[in-house]
Design a protein around this ligand. Structure first.
Ligand code: DC
Length: 234
């Protein structure tokens, strides 16, 4: 069967990564968490006191950054590495969440990471989640999903996720962080978060992860069949 690209975009904490991960495993596709890439860059900027408003400092920093993903067989999680160090836990912490939207609004950072994302999915057969995948990184993705959910549900899910990582954070702090990221992600000049015209919108407020995955899986199968039997390819 011909391989497709599944682009999953949406607001923070709507369940994109959880859904994308399971979907990729079911399709035997590669999963690429583009948010983790922006988080890794934000972590580097924090650790090296990079001034986001200084283009020269930003360009030099980007040259020093190597991001990779390595599958951990024990946890069955694809973990993020920054310059050879496993930063999977660190990039999920609140201090990184508080910085990441600022860093991801820098045009040079976006260009650098979008180039990398396009290279990673050269051969298709990927599920990629983020904010601009269907609109900017892969406007030709065969399947585009846009995920939304109620704010309280999003915050509660993020709180549970942090708790599982042994971090206890107040719901109010999480809501404030999500609201400010929503605002920055949708209002930045460079490829802001938008629903692509040809994306399917899925509201995850009242559905389970299994239902989300099943729904996208059915759409993906439909798109794969469509691609397989396109008249011009026969
Ligand atoms: O998906 P996430 O919450 O881990 O993403 C972290 C931040 O990275 C998010 O606030 C916006 C930014 N981001 C982006 O600008 N473009 C992407 N494709 C993915 C994430």
């Amino acid at each position: 069967m011909k391989k497709i690209i599944v682009a999953i975009d949406g607001y923070s904490a709507c369940g994109k990564s959880t859904t994308a991960k399971i979907l990729a495993a079911r399709l035997a596709y590669v999963y690429i968490d583009t948010g983790a890439m922006y988080r890794a860059v934000a972590l580097y900027f924090i650790q090296h006191y990079i001034n986001s408003t200084n283009p020269k400092a930003v360009a030099e920093a980007l040259n020093q950054i190597q991001i990779s993903f390595v599958h951990n067989n024990k946890t069955d999680v694809c973990e993020t590495y920054l310059n050879g160090l496993n930063v999977e836990a660190e990039i999920r912490k609140m201090y990184v969440s508080e910085k990441v939207s600022e860093v991801s609004a820098i045009p040079a950072v976006r260009k650098h990471l979008v180039d990398l994302q396009q290279k990673l999915a050269r051969k298709r057969g990927v599920v990629m989640d983020g904010r601009d995948i269907g609109t900017h990184v892969f406007p030709d993705a065969e399947l585009k999903i846009f995920m939304v959910a109620d704010m309280n549900v999003r915050a509660f899910r993020r709180q549970q996720e942090l708790f599982e990582r042994k971090q206890i954070v107040d719901l109010e702090d999480i809501i404030a962080n999500i609201q400010s990221r929503d605002l920055m992600d949708t209002t930045r000049e460079e490829s802001p978060l938008r629903k692509a015209a040809d994306a399917y919108e899925i509201d995850t407020t009242y559905i389970t992860v299994e239902e989300q995955v099943d729904c996208i899986m059915n759409l993906a199968i439909g798109k794969m069949i469509e691609k397989e039997y396109r008249l011009e390819d026969i």
